[in-house]
Design a protein around this ligand. Structure first.
Ligand code: MN
Length: 305
């Protein structure tokens, strides 16, 4: 089942190219407001038959609705760092960071680049897991039983801010966590380790990789993260990216992310400073004989970085 929030806090189920308003089916059982999807997740076994019955109701074409983030206030957004092999033979040590729930935007939203001396702004295409059942120290073998579903997530990054190798100023910024357009329940995803992930900037394919290249599987990531702290229903665990296809996000960009079976998440980018960079990906920059990131070409911070 594909669960969405749309048009001023309506709960929807997406079926093919239409969305059915199922708000009434859960009213009285789950409180409205920013935490409603968490309530739906917690009670999903009981609610599912009610949602299925509601599918007979009237539906709206997808292009006639405005999607909102499917989750607004998860207790935790845990993001795995360096979790793809990218041609290496050995996994890096497990590492992660927290993104702020304040950073969430939905399909059709805008990532706003801050007036800060970042060397570059990037957005990482990632498979995000939505936790369905509380998980504390779960074994990898049991971990997928704690998954409610999956969705697209773009891990926005303002590189070069803060002390080296720290994440807060880089990752936790407002609007830097686009998710959606909806959550796809786990029963519709046959194998989370065999999903193609593609991200386009202004129609040009930049990232194109498969979850089979993960250094630590979805199950291992959940086991590891839940060994650090308890994961709650509605929590988001995002599983990292292949960095080679990253390129600079810039003012006016139209970014689209599509993971097989999870729909297409589209966002805009706004930068009041109108900074510019080369459009090369990291891999293209390196193939031209350069090291490091594509340099900033214009804007008030260009000389300093
Ligand atoms: Mn990431």
């Amino acid at each position: 089942m594909k669960l969405a929030v749309f048009d001023h806090d309506k709960l929807g189920v997406v079926v093919a190219d239409r969305v059915v308003d199922v708000t009434a089916a859960v009213d009285g059982r789950v409180q409205r407001g920013p935490d409603r999807m968490i309530g739906v997740i917690e009670q999903f076994a009981a609610l599912r038959p009610l949602l299925e019955s509601a599918l007979a109701g009237p539906s709206i074409p997808l292009d006639g609705v405005r999607f909102e983030p499917p989750l607004r206030r998860p207790a935790n957004i845990i993001a795995m760092a360096v979790n793809y092999l990218e041609g290496r033979t050995e996994a890096a040590p497990a590492n992660a960071f927290q993104k702020s729930p304040c950073s969430i935007i939905g399909h059709g939203g805008t990532m706003v680049l801050p007036d800060a001396p970042a060397t570059i702004f990037e957005g990482e295409a990632e498979l995000a897991v939505v936790i369905g059942k509380r998980a504390t120290g779960v074994a990898a073998a049991d971990a997928l039983g704690h998954v409610f579903g999956y969705m697209n997530l773009i891990d926005g990054s303002a590189r070069g801010l803060g002390p080296p190798n720290t994440f807060f100023q880089v990752k936790a910024r407002d609007t830097f966590c686009p998710i959606g357009p909806y959550i796809v329940t786990a029963d519709e995803v046959r194998d989370p380790q065999r999903l193609q992930i593609r991200l386009w900037v202004n129609g040009e394919l930049k990232q194109d990789f498969n979850t089979s290249d993960m250094a630590r599987s979805v199950a291992s990531c959940i086991a590891w993260a839940s060994s650090v702290h308890t994961l709650e229903p509605g929590d988001i665990l995002t599983t990292g990216t292949d960095h080679r296809g990253l390129s600079a996000f810039q003012d006016g960009d139209r970014v689209e992310l599509e993971i097989e079976g999870l729909g297409r998440l589209g966002i805009g980018v706004r930068d009041e400073l109108r900074r510019t960079w080369s459009r090369d990906t990291r891999a293209e920059h390196e193939a031209k004989g350069h090291k490091g990131q594509t340099p900033q070409l214009s804007g008030k911070y260009a000389e300093k970085t």
